[in-house]
Ligand binder design. Structure first.
Ligand code: NAP
Length: 494
């Protein structure tokens, strides 16, 4: 039976390169790679060799006969991606290039004319940093020093992935393997600007690659957002994952309803953990403090509120399938699906989401505590005087209809945002370091020896594995500049 990509797909495309018959799409060189919510195996082309299983760093691919019960839906989801749209069916814009054979993987180049050793500093040790290191270390001249502010490496791979997603968290094993390379040293508990300056890094290295992520939250600018009881969803993620910056960020769970504003995957993660069976969480890597607090929680309902309709949901299809078919208790009010604009559905992933939401809405209301997906409500203000007591929403399609939702806790989950890095030009509109394809640019000119990758380069989107393609692009620019003699002069002491 053909193999199937399932929920944990991280999008790093290792499987694509391992596949001998090019049956996994979109590939990184196809236009829909940047927007696809996962990768898909064509069941008609798959030769069942299992090479993709070995290549996948998060165990997201199963042989068809061995798919876990909760992931069975992915067999049809993979196949649907390849179905021929008949003249009567909705035509989905699938890449015209999808059958194009992949370019052969570039062999490590010998980097003629580059310094040997070629010293590179990488700031950050999260997924984009580790994928960049992996790519750089293919070249024997490269020696990397990686700087990490925390006392543990791997950033969001360690502190950002929900504890009930062990497969996704297992990408840490890949990063541990990369970290074994003797030409990579990782310095923990070192902060740039506090312990060493960017200028010093530039003096000591031929190139500096900034991979510091997007460490802040996009602010929600409505009245009442500063009240106690309102906090960012990412602080809750940090809290239940034991991130040292968020040990005291635990929410007061002595209220019956929480509202989460925004419906991306972060909102889903937080809602799922807050309503999970704590006996299931007990066998995960959740922080013990968070587990104890959740055992005493009074929450009965966590409402994930989107300002737009289900046809624009920010959560991804694999996450919705995991929610619907896994142990989570999830509910959708059928009234929220009455106004779905089917004409606005232009891709198969959204179409599948709507089918699934309708299925959930047709089912019974689950036992408490459950999470509810609500749509079409724009937040107007947080209600309450001394602390949050609810949220006033405007029905998005109207100007004058409002709905108040009582809630003792309000979490904002409207996306991350990059922070300016002292010494690097900042693109305030995008919340990124100004760059072109990873080369830092100032006044429209590349700054020699300075590069970026990850969320601080492209903005806070995509999955852990998206950083592989992103970092490969940046590293290619760095190495081309090295060969062209454009990097910083010989580092001090080299
Ligand atoms: P996100 O996916 O960008 O979602 C942001 C949400 O906030 C959207 O629903 C957006 O609605 C809403 N929003 C933005 N501004 C708003 C406002 N002023 N008022 C009300 N709502 C507003 O952000 P995220 O959830 O932080 O995720 C960031 C990235 O990490 C995503 O690529 C995500 O897939 C990834 N991630 C993945 C996983 C996973 O794979 N399991 C887990 C966590 C995060 P509109 O669409 O209407 O703007």
């Amino acid at each position: 039976m053909p193999h199937v990509v399932t929920q944990a797909c991280c999008g790093d495309a290792s499987c694509v390169y391992a596949c001998p018959v090019n049956c996994i799409h979109p590939t990184p060189d196809e236009p829909d790679f940047g927007t696809a919510e996962m990768l898909y195996i064509d069941p008609d082309t798959c030769v069942d060799c299992g090479a993709c299983v070995t290549a996948c760093p998060v165990g997201a691919i199963s042989p068809g006969h061995r798919i876990p019960e909760t992931q069975k839906r992915f067999a049809s989801v993979n196949a649907d991606h390849y179905r021929d749209p008949s003249p009567d069916a909705v035509r989905f814009p699938v890449s015209a290039l999808w059958r194009k054979p992949l370019a052969p993987i570039e062999k490590p180049r010998s980097l003629h004319g580059t310094p040997d050793p070629l010293r590179v500093a990488i700031v950050g040790s999260g997924p984009s940093a580790m994928y960049a290191a992996d790519e750089l270390l293919k070249h024997r001249q490269v020696h990397i020093t990686m700087y990490e502010r925390l006392t543990e490496p791997f950033g969001l791979a360690r502190f950002g992935v929900a504890p009930d997603h062990p497969a996704t968290r297992s990408v840490v094993n890949l990063f541990n393997t990369i970290a074994q390379n003797p030409r990579l040293r990782i310095l923990l508990n070192v902060e740039i600007g506090r312990d060493i300056t960017l200028d010093e890094l530039r003096e000591q290295n031929h190139a500096v690659l900034w991979a510091g992520g997007a460490p802040t939250d996009r602010p929600l600018e409505i009245t009442g957002v500063d009240l106690p009881g309102v906090q960012s969803a990412t602080s809750v993620v940090g809290w239940y994952n034991g991130h040292p910056d968020f040990v005291t960020a635990g929410p007061r769970l002595d209220t019956e309803r929480a509202v989460i504003i925004g419906n991306g995957n972060v909102a889903l993660d937080v809602a799922r953990i807050l309503t999970a069976d704590t006996n299931r969480l007990a066998v995960t890597e959740i922080s013990l403090d968070a587990l104890a607090a959740l055992r005493d929680s009074q929450l009965r309902e966590v409402v994930v509120v989107a300002r737009r309709g289900p046809e624009h949901a920010a959560f991804t299809l694999p996450e919705l399938i995991g929610l619907a078919d896994g142990p989570a208790r999830v509910w959708v009010d059928p009234a929220d699906l009455e106004h779905v604009d089917d004409d606005a559905v232009h891709d198969i992933e959204t179409a599948e989401k709507i089918v699934l939401l309708r299925e959930i809405a047709a089912g019974p209301k689950p036992e408490e505590p459950y999470l509810r997906l609500a749509f079409g409500l724009t937040p107007e203000r947080v209600l309450g005087t001394d602390r949050a007591e609810g949220v006033r929403f405007r029905r998005t399609t109207t100007d004058s209809e409002f709905a108040d939702l009582d809630a003792g806790l309000v979490f904002t989950a409207i996306g991350y945002r990059g922070r300016p890095v002292p010494g690097l030009p900042f693109d305030d509109a995008r919340g990124t370091v100004a760059n072109v394809a990873g080369r830092v640019v100032a006044d429209q000119h590349p700054v020699p020896g300075l590069y970026v990758t990850g969320w601080i380069k492209r903005g806070p989107n995509g999955f852990i594995g998206t950083n592989k393609t992103d970092s490969t692009e940046t590293v290619a620019k760095l190495l081309a500049d090295a060969e062209a003699g454009l990097l910083s002069p010989a580092p001090v002491g080299v």
